[in-house]
Design a protein around this ligand. Structure first.
Ligand code: PMP
Length: 354
């Protein structure tokens, strides 16, 4: 039986994508060859890469606006340093809203001065700071749109003259935003886009080339742009499956359609968290993430019973991250209402039983 998979990442992807990808492993487009045994320079794969790059821009509404999409390697963690390597000349502002932002700050400090313009560390990152001052003349501002571990999500992004850089690893393609407010967006594929192994970078070309330092080729956005994201052998399978997932999203009606579903799923679980006296929500209500719902048991003595109940119901991956404890239900784009309802049913059953 297929599990209800709430894993935080790698995570659920559409079943039809799994099926098509499995077939392509055996025989890609009736070519007699697998997608993972053909040259990345073959027309078949170049077409995949080009479709993936253009679907990313199309879905974000960034076509014809001076942006380029790249499928790179090294995870979002490599972007922590690549952003600073390519853009940090003197000082940059960072919003510190969770462990991943913290790690981005650490890497950026190797390249210049980092000004922490806002932080929610004082309350174990359970909220998004608001109304903070932004200094003048920053090289850029960096933020994390969705804090995967803590279950908070930025609703209003900082406004300034500096280019805005955003780590969207855990909520890209999940909600409608004016994506042109960002000069650079990056996201590891392994949540809403595909298998681990590739990272989407969407960058506005005019912010590049302004830095004085020498940049190693593999870490230089301009090198990757000039080679159409094929400077070296790309992670062909991860890019192929990402392309299939982006096709799936487009067919569904794009970000507008998936946002509607994501809001319904989030509403269902948060109302259970709020109404059920056995659970507490972790994140501040106004900052709650539609992707990762974090919650704890009021009475830890019920843990064993609850854990046995959700396992019995075919649920996977709801254990919280060690820095928050409790539970985390990750409800990425491919998750159905039915799966969220299965978890909510178990939470209700626990109340009836306790
Ligand atoms: N940023 C965020 C918001 C994340 O959730 C993660 C973890 N998936 C990362 C960065 C690090 O990503 P990666 O493991 O791809 O380096």
């Amino acid at each position: 039986m297929k599990k209800h998979n709430f894993s935080a990442g790698p995570c659920i992807l559409p079943q039809e994508v799994f099926k098509e990808a499995s077939q392509a492993i055996l025989d890609y487009n009736n070519s007699g060859l697998s997608i993972i045994e053909i040259s990345h320079r073959s027309k078949d794969f170049v077409d995949v890469m080009e479709e993936a790059r253009s679907l990313a821009l199309e879905l974000l509404g960034l076509e014809g606006k001076g942006y380029k999409a790249l499928f790179l390697q090294g995870g979002a963690s490599t972007q922590f340093l690549m952003v600073a390597y390519n853009l940090l000349q003197s000082n940059a502002g960072y919003m510190n809203t969770g462990s991943w932002s913290d790690k981005a700050v650490k890497e950026a400090k190797l390249f210049g001065e980092v000004i922490e313009i806002a932080s929610s560390k004082d309350k174990n990152f359970n909220y998004i700071p608001k109304g903070f001052e932004i200094p003048e003349n920053l090289d850029y501002i960096h933020c994390t749109s969705n804090n995967t571990i803590f279950g908070t999500q930025i609703k209003d992004f900082p406004v300034s003259n500096a280019p805005l850089i955003c780590d969207m690893s855990s909520d890209i393609f999940s909600r409608q935003l004016d994506f042109s407010q960002f000069s650079l967006i990056y996201a590891g594929a392994q949540k809403n886009m595909g298998p681990a192994g590739t990272t989407l970078v969407v960058v506005k070309e005019d912010i590049l080339g302004k830095i004085e330092r020498q940049i190693p080729s593999m870490l230089d956005y301009q090198v990757h742009i000039s080679k159409a994201s094929m400077f070296n052998t790309p992670p062909v399978f991860a890019v192929y499956v990402s392309m299939l997932t982006l096709r799936w999203l487009k067919k569904l009606g794009g970000i507008a359609a998936i946002e509607e579903l994501n809001e319904k799923k989030a509403k269902l679980i948060y109302s259970e968290i709020d109404l059920n006296p056995l659970f507490n929500g972790f994140a501040a209500k106004e900052d709650r993430s539609n992707m990762n719902a974090t919650f704890t048991l009021v009475n830890e003595d019920l843990k064993e019973t609850f854990d046995a109940m959700w396992k019995e119901a075919g649920i996977n991956g709801v254990n919280g991250h060690r820095s928050v404890g409790g539970y985390r239900a990750s409800m990425y784009n491919a998750m159905t209402m039915e799966s969220v309802a299965a978890l909510v049913d178990v939470m209700g059953d626990l109340e009836r039983k306790a």
